[in-house]
Design a protein around this ligand. Structure first.
Ligand code: SAM
Length: 195
């Protein structure tokens, strides 16, 4: 099973269904948006949010060619989501938080835009050595490396979420790795439901 198959089966376990509304924070490329759209079609919607304007414009052109009515993308930051409260059934955030300075604010915003009983799914890197991270930053920051955190201990994220109106906060180390820096790093998946 691939990572995306794992994600699909996890989202299904959490009750994702046709008609749901999903926010994909830091979507990166269209494949992730297409996967999420396949879970909520034909009447649901997937909104991709990203800070990278060039990327947004590129994806917008591709979506226009596909005449996609389910997926839309917009520029914005996870630390200041331009959305009303309680809008989404799911917020998906994969390989983004390690690029965000204010994790507390990002999580608070994700919780804010979730509907009651809505579910957040976060995937990111397990914490690795700070020395390795510093070396990696030193060697790559000239080329626009935006990474801020050497991964996370999911227990710390759980702790932050315990101050939010969230329940069923669970995490697992995934049997997959993601590429970061000079090597592949372990990934975790954390999910929680809004009260
Ligand atoms: C490593 S990529 C991950 C892309 C995709 N989710 C994946 O897993 O392949 C990180 C993405 O997060 C976006 N990003 C970085 N900071 C962000 C922020 N403050 N708000 C929203 N997106 C952000 C980047 O532009 C980039 O597209």
């Amino acid at each position: 099973m691939s990572l995306l198959d794992h994600v699909t089966s996890d989202l299904k376990k959490e009750g994702i269904s046709p008609g749901d509304t999903i926010l994909d924070v830091g979507f990166g490329d269209i494949e992730e948006l297409k996967l999420l759209a396949s879970l909520v079609k034909p009447h649901g919607s997937v909104i991709g949010l990203d800070v990278d304007l060039e990327n947004i414009q590129r994806i917008e052109k591709r979506l226009a060619r596909r005449h996609s009515t389910i997926i839309s993308v917009k520029k914005g930051s996870v630390t200041d989501i331009s959305s009303t409260d309680q809008k989404f059934d799911f917020v998906f955030c994969k390989a983004v938080l390690h690029e965000i300075r204010s994790i507390d604010k990002a999580l608070e915003e994700i919780v804010r835009v979730l509907k009651p009983e809505g579910c957040m799914v976060i995937i990111d890197f397990m914490q690795f050595s700070r020395i390795e991270f510093k070396l990696y930053k030193a060697l790559t920051s000239l080329f626009g490396n935006h990474d801020v955190h050497p991964g996370f201990d999911p227990v710390d994220l759980k702790q932050i979420l315990s101050d939010q109106p969230m329940c069923e906060i669970k995490w697992e180390k995934l049997p997959y790795k993601g590429h970061l820096g000079f090597s592949d790093k372990d990934l975790f998946l954390l999910k929680a439901r809004k009260k």
